[in-house]
Write a protein that binds this ligand. Structure first.
Ligand SMILES: Nc1nc2c(c(=O)[nH]1)N[C@H]1C(S)=C(S)[C@@H](COP(=O)(O)OP(=O)(O)OC[C@H]3O[C@@H](n4cnc5c(=O)[nH]c(N)nc54)[C@H](O)[C@@H]3O)O[C@H]1N2
Ligand SMILES: Nc1nc2c(c(=O)[nH]1)N[C@H]1C(S)=C(S)[C@@H](COP(=O)(O)OP(=O)(O)OC[C@H]3O[C@@H](n4cnc5c(=O)[nH]c(N)nc54)[C@H](O)[C@@H]3O)O[C@H]1N2
Ligand SMILES: [Mo]
Length: 768
C-alpha cells in the first residue's frame, strides 16, 4: 500500500512569509491571538519576559519585536485559551488518554487544578493543595532519599531551581538529573577539561567583530531562530559561515527577516552558509581532524619557506598544553580514513581549512549534532582543538558557542541542580543552612532509567518536562515506571509522562513564566541565564490560567515544608512571599556570579557571569588550555561494516518544542500532515529495495536481548548522506537502547542509532 506524505521540497528561505503563515495558523489553533499580540512585544525585553522557548542571548538593544517564529509559537502554546479542567479528566480516563498522540494531549490546554490519580476509576480526580502536599510529604518521609529522583526540565527560573536543589539536599539526596543529561552534558564534561569553564565563551557582541563562523550540528532556523539575526548581519558583512550538517537545513542556507519590511516586500533572502559540508552522522571528529591536518600542513610549509606562520604560535606556546601530542595524531591521520569516516572529500575539508586560515577571529558554534553521540565529548573537544590552533579562545570576536536548549537549562546547573556533588558548593550550603548535605553522587538521567528498571528507584518528582517521552528505551522504562511508589509532576500542560503513573500519583498545575506571579509582597520577578552566560529578569503579567494554579516556588516550598523538619535558617514562607530574598540566598551561595543580584536584575543584555577562559585564565588541571586528541575517528557506534545498518538521526521539526508537538508540518523539510517519515538517500532507497512513499519498519541493530522495532514510517527521499537516515524525536525514542549513550557524559546518542529498515510486514506479505 502506498501512502504519500504530502511532501514537497521547500525552496523558500527560513523566516519570510512562510514563517508569518505558520504563526497565524498556530495562534488560531491555540485560540490565543489577543493575549499573544499584547505579550509578544514584551518578549526578551528589559521590563518584559524571557522567552520560554530557547536559551539564545537577549540583546541589549533589542529589535522592536525580539522574538522568532518558534518563540512566538511557544508563547501561543503557553497562553492558549484551552483548559484541561477536572471535567476534562472526568470525561477521559487515563487509559484512554494514553492512546492519544502527543499533539492531542498538548491541545487539551493548561492544567487548572491539582489532581490525584484514582486507581479504582482510572481517572485523575481533583484534590485540595493542602491534602496533596500533606500526602506527598508523608510518602517522601517514608522513603529512602537515595531512591527518590528530583528531575528538572530546564525551564524553571533560577529562584525555583535553587529552592528545588536545596529541598532535595535537605531531604538527603543529590539525585538531581536534568534535561541537560540528554542534551549539553557533553559540553559540561568537555569544556572544563579543555578550557576550564563549563559554558561557552562567546557573547553576543562577538558576532559583530568575528570574521569566520564554523557551524556544527545545530539547526538554527528551527531551534534558535533569533540567532539568525546576528548570523544575517555577519553574512551581510561578508563573513564566511562554514556549515557541517548531514542534512541540508533551510535555516542554515538562507533567511528573510520577517521583521524587516523591506526584505519581506522584495522577498530577498540573505545567504547564511557560504560552504555547506554534508558530513556523515558521527563524522565530525574526522572532518575537523582533516581541517586541522590541512592547517598544520600549511604551517609546516610556511615554516619551511620562511613565510609567516599559520598557527598562532605565541598563543600555543603561552596558553596551551598537549599541542605536540595532538599535532602528531593529526599528522598521522590518513586522508583516506578521514574521507571515509567524515563522508567528505579531502578537497572539501581543505576548502574549509582555507577559510579558517584566512580568519583572525573565529567562532565555533554547535548543538545536538555533536553532543548526542557515542564520542559526544570528543566531538566538542575537537572544535576546541581547531579553535586553539589559531588562538581563537579569549579573543574578541572569537570563541566557542554551544547553543543551549531550554530557556534556563544552563542556569539550573549554575544554581546547583546537578547530580555531581563536586559541582555544587556543598560546604557553603552546609554553613548557610546549618545541615550536612549528602556527598554521594546522585543519579543522572540514564542511571535513573536503569534504576527504575532495576526497581531501585521508588519516587520521581518532575519539575516540568516529559521524562518518559524524552528518554531512550521507553518500552522498557514505562512498565517499570509504574512500579514506583510515588510520582509527582509539576507542569503547565498535559503530556504522556503524566499518564504513566506510580502507585500514588499527583499532577500539580503551575504558572508559566508569562503569567503574573502575585505573592504576599506583590508581583514577583524571576530570572534566567541565557546560552552566553548572561542573567535576565523576567516579569509575567498575563492572568493565571485559573484561580487554583500555584507558582513553582510556592509548590516547591510547600512540598519541602511538609517533608522536612523545620529549619530556622530556611524560611520557605518568606522566600515565597518575596523572591528577592531567594536571590539574596543565591548571591550568598554563589557570590562570584550573583553578587548584588537584586541590583543588577535589569542590566540591558543581562549581567554576565565571570568566564575565566574569556580572559585566558585557564582553570584546568594543567593550568593551560588543553589540546585533547580524540580516542577514535568515528563519534558514532563501531561500524560492523554491515551496509544494511544505517545511522539514524533523531530530529526536531519546525513545528515542535521537544516533546511538545505544535503541528504536523515541517515546512523546511517539506513534510505535511504526518511525523512518521524516514528520510533516506535515494541510493540507499534503491540499494535496500525500498521505494518512495512505501511503509517501512525501523529496527534497532543492537543485539542485547531486547528487540526494538517500530512500524508505520513512510519513506521520503532526502538530501542526506548515504548510510544515514533521519526520523523525528520523540516518536523514535523506543528505538534507542539505554546503553547507547556518550561514553563520558552519558548523553543518549540520539544522533546516530544503529538501525535496519525493512518493508513493513503487511506489504511484504502482499508481495509474496
Ligand atoms: N522550536 C524549537 N526550538 C528548540 C527546541 C525545539 O524542539 N523546538 N528544542 C530546544 C532544545 S532542548 C535544544 S537542546 C535545542 C536543540 O537544537 P539543535 O542542537 O539544533 O538540535 P536538533 O534539532 O536535534 O538538531 C541537530 C542538528 O544536527 C544535525 N546533525 C545530526 N547529526 C549530526 C552529526 O553527526 N554531525 C553534525 N555536524 N550535525 C549533525 C541535524 O541534521 C540537525 O540539523 O533547541 C532548543 N530550541
Ligand atoms: N531521540 C531524542 N531524544 C531526545 C532528544 C533528541 O534530540 N532526540 N533531545 C533531548 C533533549 S536536548 C532534551 S532537552 C530533552 C527534553 O526533555 P524534557 O525537558 O523532559 O521535555 P520537554 O518536552 O521539553 O517538556 C515539556 C513539558 O514541560 C512542561 N512545561 C512547560 N513549561 C513549563 C513550565 O514553565 N513549568 C513546568 N513545571 N512545566 C512546564 C509541560 O508539561 C510540557 O509538556 O529530550 C531529549 N531527548
Ligand atoms: Mo535540550
Amino acid at each position: 500500500m502506498r501512502k504519500d506524505p504530502d511532501a514537497k521540497p521547500y525552496s523558500g528561505p527560513a523566516g519570510g512569509w512562510g514563517s508569518v503563515q505558520s504563526l497565524i495558523r498556530n495562534s488560531w489553533r491555540q485560540g490565543a491571538i489577543r493575549s499573544s499580540l499584547k505579550e509578544l512585544p514584551r518578549q526578551n525585553k528589559v521590563g518584559g519576559f524571557a522567552c520560554v522557548s530557547c536559551a539564545w542571548a537577549k540583546p541589549a538593544d533589542p529589535h522592536p519585536f525580539e522574538f522568532c517564529e518558534n518563540g512566538a509559537k511557544a508563547t501561543f502554546a503557553e497562553l492558549t485559551s484551552h483548559r484541561a479542567t477536572p471535567e476534562f479528566f472526568a470525561r477521559h480516563s487515563v487509559g484512554e488518554l494514553l492512546t492519544w498522540p502527543d499533539f492531542d494531549l498538548e491541545q487539551a490546554g493548561r492544567l487548572t487544578e491539582p489532581l490525584r490519580y484514582d486507581p479504582a476509576s482510572d481517572h485523575y480526580v481533583p484534590v485540595s493543595w493542602v491534602e496533596a502536599f500533606a500526602d506527598i510529604g508523608r510518602c517522601l518521609k517514608a522513603l529512602n532519599p537515595e531512591g527518590v529522583i528530583f528531575y528538572a526540565s530546564g525551564r524553571a527560573s533560577l529562584e525555583a531551581s535553587y529552592m528545588y536543589q536545596l529541598f532535595a539536599r535537605l531531604y538527603g539526596t543529590n539525585n538531581l538529573p536534568d534535561s541537560s543529561n540528554m542534551c549539553h552534558e557533553s559540553t559540561s564534561v568537555a569544556l572544563p577539561e579543555s578550557i576550564g569553564v563549563p559554558i561557552g565563551t562567546v557573547r553576543l557582541q562577538d558576532f559583530q567583530s568575528t570574521d569566520g563562523i564554523f557551524f556544527f550540528g545545530q539547526n538554527v532556523g528551527s531551534n534558535s531562530p533569533r540567532m539568525l539575526h546576528p548570523l544575517q548581519d555577519a553574512s551581510k558583512r561578508g563573513v564566511p559561515i562554514i556549515t557541517f550538517n548531514p542534512l541540508r537545513e533551510r535555516g542554515l542556507e538562507a533567511f528573510i527577516n520577517p521583521q524587516a519590511p523591506f526584505e519581506m516586500i522584495k522577498d530577498e533572502a540573505t545567504r547564511i552558509s557560504s560552504q555547506y559540508h554534508q558530513v556523515r552522522a558521527g563524522g565530525d571528529i574526522a572532518a575537523i581532524m582533516g581541517m586541522c591536518k590541512a592547517v598544520i600542513a600549511a604551517d609546516d610549509e610556511a615554516r619551511a619557506s620562511g613565510r609567516p606562520r599559520v598557527l598562532d604560535v605565541d598563543f600555543i606556546e603561552k596558553h596551551t598544553h598537549g599541542f605536540e601530542e595532538f599535532s602528531d595524531a593529526v599528522r598521522r591521520a590518513d586522508w583516506a580514513a578521514l574521507e571515509d569516516e567524515s563522508g567528505l572529500s579531502r578537497n572539501g575539508m581543505e576548502a574549509a581549512a582555507a577559510v579558517y586560515m584566512g580568519c583572525k577571529r573565529v567562532i565555533g558554534i554547535y548543538g545536538m549534532g555533536l553532543t548526542q553521540h557515542r564520542l559526544g565529548v570528543e566531538n566538542v573537544q575537537m572544535v576546541v582543538n581547531l579553535l586553539l590552533l589559531g588562538g581563537h579562545i579569549g579573543r574578541e570576536g572569537a570563541g566557542i558557542c554551544p547553543v543551549r536548549g531550554h530557556s534556563n537549562v544552563q542556569g539550573q546547573r549554575t544554581v546547583g541542580i546537578t547530580e555531581k556533588p563536586e559541582l555544587a558548593p556543598l560546604d557553603k550550603m552546609a554553613e548557610q543552612f546549618g545541615f550536612e548535605p549528602p556527598r554521594t553522587e546522585g543519579l543522572a538521567t540514564v542511571a535513573v532509567c536503569e534504576g527504575i528498571i532495576a526497581g531501585d528507584v521508588h519516587a520521581f518528582i518532575g519539575l516540568g518536562g516529559n521524562f518518559v517521552r524524552a528518554v531512550p528505551d521507553r518500552e522498557r522504562v514505562e512498565p517499570a515506571w509504574r512500579k514506583m511508589e510515588l510520582t509527582v509532576q509539576i507542569a503547565t500542560k498535559l503530556n504522556r509522562s503524566h499518564l504513566v503513573l506510580g502507585k500514588t500519583a499527583y499532577l500539580l498545575p503551575c504558572l508559566g513564566r508569562i503569567e503574573l506571579d502575585g505573592q504576599a509582597t506583590g508581583p514577583q520577578i524571576v530570572t534566567t541565564e541565557d546560552s552566553t552566560g548572561c542573567m535576565h529578569a523576567s516579569r509575567g503579567r498575563r492572568p493565571p490560567p485559573g484561580p487554583n494554579v500555584l507558582s513553582e516556588p510556592k509548590i516547591i516550598a510547600e512540598m519541602a515544608k511538609s517533608t522536612l523538619p523545620p529549619n530556622p535558617k530556611v524560611d520557605w514562607d518568606a522566600w515565597v512571599a518575596d523572591y528577592g530574598r531567594v536571590r539574596d540566598a543565591i548571591a550568598e551561595t554563589f557570590p562570584a556570579i550573583f553578587h548584588d543580584f537584586n541590583q543588577r536584575l535589569d542590566q540591558p543584555g543581562g549581567f554576565p557571569r565571570p568566564n575565566s577562559a574569556r580572559e585566558r585564565k585557564w582553570e584546568t588541571k594543567t593550568g593551560n588550555a588543553n589540546f585533547i586528541a580524540p580516542s577514535g575517528l568515528s563519534a558514532s557506534f563501531e561500524d560492523a561494516n554491515d551496509r544494511a545498518v544505517l545511522r539514524l538521526i533523531t530530529l526536531r521539526s519546525n513545528d515542535q518544542f521537544n516533546t511538545t508537538v505544535y503541528g504536523y508540518r515541517d515546512r523546511f523539510r517539506g513534510v505535511d500532515g504526518t511525523r512518521m517519515v524516514v528520510f533516506l538517500n535515494a541510493n540507499d532507497i534503491a540499494r535496500l529495495n525500498l521505494e518512495e512513499g512505501q511503509e517501512v519498519t525501523i529496527e534497532t541493530a543492537v543485539d542485547d536481548g531486547f528487540p526494538r522495532a517500530m512500524s508505520g514510517f513512510t519513506v521520503k527521499t532526502y538530501d542526506i548522506p548515504e548510510g544515514c537516515c533521519g526520523a523525528y524525536y520523540p516518536e523514535c525514542n523506543g528505538l534507542i537502547p539505554l546503553s547507547h549513550h556518550a561514553r563520558r557524559s552519558k548523553v543518549p546518542a540520539a544522533k546516530s542509532v544503529p538501525v535496519r529498515i525493512r518493508a513493513s510486514a503487511s506489504r511484504a506479505a502482499a508481495a509474496e
